[in-house]
Design a protein around this ligand. Structure first.
Ligand code: SF4
Length: 366
């Protein structure tokens, strides 16, 4: 085997590109060999993504239908109630999910009643013995610690793409803000989930650049979601061509080789993939899928279809806390941590991204 299976934090873009472009059979063999050294190849985690606060986001991410400035068919909602979230989590658990990821369309977390409500959601789900992940935007160290105290297992904060291409996707924050939030999460005992999207018009160098950034984090993220862009009408990326399954397989295999111990998550874009394509992704090292008919706001295969696929492939859903043990939940009344009411100065580069501006202008005409 060409590639060592040790964790490395010094991958170069050239090395990663070389792996990505390896003849496919060899790439699959290398990735699968590394995969089974570190993971059970017949186990795949089923996670459920729950949009706890949809739409109305002030950011301008070019791929996102939840950005308030674009005109999409997304129906916004206020923050879900704790009983509603609990009911959804119980349903997810009953259908084989071991992890619930709650997403709120916020730029950053603000101390106050809404964050307190999210902390209560975390406590509630952790007490159901499920892994709890949140994706709430940028956050401070104190906020990360408060989430940890509530029993948060993972915090998702995607790098999305390479540092170079980031400027062509988002103008309302900078790549270094992402890294800073990940750093804040690392100061708590919450695990890190960070990945990206392919098919946004980036070059292969950008895919490799993103993997350089992720793998150079020390520790590497415990979880790396790989998304294929779902081009939504009204967003700046509405006309992007879908990525081919071969690109997804290559990206998953490369991620597996570069970050051997990480849980690689097959995320958005699965509705476009055949079962054969998904099976190749599992062989190449993907060991998680997101279940449920929606992935925040974009379509996703039905849970029963996924369970049929698991049966067909002889896959078992992964039990919760197999990688890292379950965190303890501290009740709000016993919390040692107070909100600090910080107002961190997150960057706002505000450079012009033409396609984002066009989509914004078009939305005013609708
Ligand atoms: S990806 Fe997140 S931060 Fe960006 S616009 Fe969508 S909801 Fe907002």
């Amino acid at each position: 085997m060409k590639h060592m299976s040790e964790k490395r934090h010094n991958w170069t873009k050239t090395e990663i590109l070389k792996i990505y472009n390896t003849p496919l059979m060899e790439l699959l063999y290398d990735a699968a060999t590394i995969h089974r050294k570190h993971h059970d190849p017949n186990t795949v985690q089923v996670s459920t993504l729950l949009s706890i606060k949809t739409g109305g986001c002030p950011e301008d991410c070019g791929y996102c239908p939840q950005a308030a400035r674009y005109h999409t068919d997304i129906e916004g909602n206020d923050l879900m109630t704790v009983p509603h979230v609990k009911a959804q989590a119980l349903r997810a658990k009953a259908s084989g999910s071991s992890r619930v990821c709650m997403g709120a369309a916020w730029r950053n977390v603000k101390d106050g009643p809404e964050f307190d409500q999210v902390l209560e959601m975390v406590r509630t789900i952790n007490k159901l013995d499920m892994e709890v992940c949140c994706t709430l935007g940028m956050l401070t160290e104190n906020q990360a610690k408060r989430l940890a105290e509530a029993g948060l297992y993972a915090y998702n904060h995607n790098l999305d793409t390479s540092e170079d291409y980031y400027k062509d996707v988002i103008s309302t924050r900078a790549f270094e803000d992402r890294l800073e939030t990940i750093d804040n999460v690392r100061k708590s005992n919450v695990t890190v989930c960070s990945g990206g999207i392919i098919g946004m018009g980036e070059q292969l160098e950008d895919r490799a650049g993103m993997l350089v950034a992720l793998s150079s984090l020390n520790p590497q993220p415990e979880s790396v979601p790989i998304n294929a862009l779902v081009a939504v009408e009204g967003t700046p990326m509405e006309a992007m061509e879908p990525v081919s399954i071969w690109e997804m397989i290559r990206m998953v295999a490369t991620t597996r080789i570069v970050m051997p111990e990480t849980q690689v998550r097959l995320s958005a874009g699965r509705t476009e993939m055949s079962r054969e394509g998904q099976a190749m992704c599992f062989f190449a090292g993907a060991n998680s899928i997101f279940a449920g008919d929606k992935l925040l706001t974009t379509p996703n295969p039905d849970v029963s279809e996924d369970m049929e696929m698991f049966k067909l492939l002889g896959l078992n859903p992964q039990k919760p806390f197999t990688k890292v043990s379950q965190p303890k939940t501290v009740e709000a009344s016993e919390s040692q941590l107070q909100p600090l009411g910080e107002k961190p100065k997150w960057t706002r580069p505000a450079h012009t991204i033409e396609r984002n501006e066009d989509a914004k202008a078009k939305s005013r005409l609708v």
